[in-house]
Design a protein. Structure first.
Length: 676
């Protein structure tokens, strides 16, 4: 037998034993036999380093430390899940599913259900069966490359087992730390005089973000798979639970409590069963996840911006503790929301020490009748946001005072506005309010707004913290000498930033309106306003009745727009921006003939080489189209550049018209849009 054949045979044996031990929990050989095979492979590889491959079991131990993590763009977004907190929420979720499917003959929907592990969501990409990349969820669109770290986790196969897997397969799962491993890790930390981790989730997150993968390898981490993302060059089963069983056959660990139930009653029964099991499980869970089992139904239901419509997390009741309110203050958020906050005597609840709790709005303050000095029960709602559940009035001290709502902003003294149909009061200071300043500037400089290259979040925070800018207009007065005084800002970088700020002066009216950060005026609404009024002064002078005439503008949005332009502070900033040279070409109101794509939904996928995705989107919006992020039966056309994957495949499967970039450019040229 050749050396290559020996290595291959040993790798197959070790991978088989790993699968029996970690996935099936049914080992065939004692640990000593596994160790003997492992050492034998390691010895041969040391003697023949050119034969070592990335999928070898010996490569799990971790390599050299990294300098930092690189960013990974998810080909398919890793979305969040909506939450249910009681039986009523679950019944409403089930009702929405049935209503949207429009299948009158369907009496009950089948759901795949499993525990919601309290860990870290990750994406694993396999090409031709070999693990090539591991990434964190991040913000759902972009995560961090943690390939070296995930390779150290025994329950993650380096090479897929069996056969029949797709050529490219993205597997998603939850990495977590079992309770026993967490306890042992903290015990070792305490013995070394180190600070212990607060809970298993924090321990898992900290372990995954180690720059030295050898540290991760020493931590007791596991992963359970719960879904797939990108699938190319192969087909999967038609049911979600069956896909997970396929993953198990290919070497992935599944949660043993995976089940399939029918209807909302089946979901609630499963939830009650896991509630009873929760404390006895060897890992932490914070709820149950229910997913529509039929993939065709999933595709028909689609997604909202942040979550699939066909899945929900039914959270367990939050943990509660008793503490005392030291004071009630009002803080101003980035959107101007004036929120009452209870400052508390610190209390440990839900795995963290809580010193503050949201009171949401004045309606909630009045409902609770909470006052400074009160004893209160604190709950971490959904295990995330601390909130006051109840005032223990029996323990109320004498001479406490009711809380009054502020009439002016505690930060900038602008009027506080509360619309009749809203619970939240808001500062009307807009661009002027210091509490909103950083976020307003970040929004103003963002890519879809004024697109100021090099003006990132950290730099904006430094500029505000050092009192160099107070509103967007002051950006245009920044000098190179001022910028070079900032940390890590050399003369060349400062000069480049000043030039980029200057370039941003020439813009488009829709971008400018979006950049102002008017509440609930997004890209589409800003474009609709610009195309309707064609002139900033006309828009600023418009009445609410005239604003409502604009497509995409209702009564509430009209009030926000009118209220924004009614503030003298905001008008001063706009005048200063125009005086600084911010300008745009005059917009001519398009005729109905020009809006050739009105009512149509288009999707962009793959890399566009002749224009950016943002430019392509703007061209489509200018023609009246709606640009969606996912393909559905309602999609009218898909533009697919090089590297297009699952969206293009889905379009072909649904028989939706597609264009490559060359055809798309030709189409735009026919509409009078010249792509340079």
């Amino acid at each position: 037998m050749s050396t290559e054949q020996q290595i291959l045979q040993l790798k197959e044996q070790l991978n088989h034993h790993n699968y029996r031990y970690y996935v099936l929990d049914d080992p065939e050989v004692p640990d000593a036999e596994y160790d003997r095979l492992f050492q034998q492979l390691k010895k041969i590889e040391l003697e023949n380093p050119s034969l070592i491959t990335s999928d070898s079991p010996t490569q799990r131990v971790g390599g050299s430390p990294l300098d930092g993590f690189t960013q990974v763009s998810h080909e398919m977004p890793m979305l969040s899940l909506d939450n249910a907190f009681d039986a009523e929420d679950m019944a409403e979720f089930n009702r929405r599913i049935i209503d949207r499917l429009k299948r009158p003959e369907l009496s009950e929907v089948q759901y795949a259900c499993e525990p919601k592990l309290d860990g870290i969501a990750v994406s694993l990409l396999y090409e031709h069966g070999v693990l090539v990349r591991g990434a964190t969820r991040g913000d759902g669109a972009t995560g961090e490359d943690i390939t070296l770290n995930v390779r150290t986790i025994p329950t993650i196969p380096l090479r897929l087992a069996g056969e029949g897997y797709p050529e490219r397969l993205e597997v998603r799962g939850e990495i977590y730390m079992p309770k026993s491993g967490f306890s042992a890790l903290n015990k070792r930390a305490e013995q070394r005089g180190e600070k212990p981790f607060v809970n298993p989730r924090n321990a898992a997150a900290g372990s995954l973000r180690q720059l030295d993968p050898r540290v991760t390898a020493a931590r007791p981490l596991e992963m359970c798979s719960y879904s797939v993302g990108v699938v190319e060059g192969g087909r999967l089963a038609d049911k979600h639970a069956d896909i997970l069983r396929q993953l198990k056959a290919w070497g992935f660990k599944l949660n043993p409590l995976l089940d399939e139930v029918s209807g909302v009653e089946g979901c609630l029964a499963y939830y009650e069963r896991l509630t009873a099991l929760r404390d006895s499980l060897p890992y932490e869970i914070d709820g149950v996840v229910f997913k529509v089992n039929d993939l065709a139904f999933q595709q028909a239901l689609g997604f909202v911006s942040r979550a699939p419509r066909w899945a929900i997390a039914h959270k367990f009741p939050a943990q509660e503790e008793l503490t005392t309110v030291k004071a009630i203050e009002f803080q101003v958020g980035r959107t101007g929301a004036v929120t009452p906050v209870a400052r508390l005597n610190p209390v440990f609840v839900g795995g963290v020490t809580v010193s503050n709790a949201t009171l949401h709005n004045m309606d909630e303050v009045e409902r609770l009748d909470v006052r400074a000095g009160d004893a209160v029960i604190i709950r971490r709602a959904g295990d995330v946001i601390p909130q006051v559940v109840r005032v223990v009035t029996e323990k109320r001290p004498e001479n406490t005072c009711k809380v009054s709502a502020p009439t002016t902003c505690p930060i900038c003294d602008s009027a506080v506005e509360r619309l009749e149909d809203e619970a939240v009061a808001r500062c009307t200071g807009g661009l002027y309010c210091a509490a909103q300043r950083k976020e307003a500037l970040k929004h103003y400089a963002s890519r879809k707004a004024m697109d100021i290259d090099g003006l990132g979040d950290k730099l904006i925070e430094m500029l505000v913290d050092q009192d160099l800018i107070h509103n967007p207009a002051e950006l245009y007065a920044l000098k190179v000498e001022q910028l070079t005084k900032l940390e890590r800002m050399g003369p060349k970088s400062a000069e480049n930033l000043v030039n980029a700020i200057g370039v941003s002066k020439k813009t488009q009216l829709p971008r400018f309106l979006y950049a102002l950060g008017i509440r609930e005026v997004g890209e589409a609404t800003a474009r609709a306003l610009a195309l309707h009024f064609c002139d900033l002064e006309k828009l600023m002078a418009a009445s609410e009745e005239e604003l409502i005439e604009v497509s995409d503008v209702g009564g509430i949005v009209a009030k926000h727009i009118k209220g924004f332009f009614a503030q003298a502070h905001n008008l001063e900033v706009i005048e200063a921006l125009l005086a600084a040279g911010v300008s745009w070409d005059r917009i001519e109101q398009p005729s109905s003939d020009e809006l050739v794509l009105s009512g149509k939904t288009w999707v962009l996928t793959g890399k566009l080489e002749l224009m950016g995705r943002s430019d392509a989107k703007n061209h489509l919006l200018a023609l009246g189209a709606k640009v969606a992020g996912s393909v559905s039966a309602k999609t009218d056309c898909v533009v697919a550049g090089p590297g297009a994957g699952s969206k293009l495949k889905k379009a072909v499967d649904l028989d939706i018209p597609t264009m490559d970039e060359e055809q798309f450019v030709a189409f735009l040229n026919q509409q009078g849009i010249v792509v340079k």
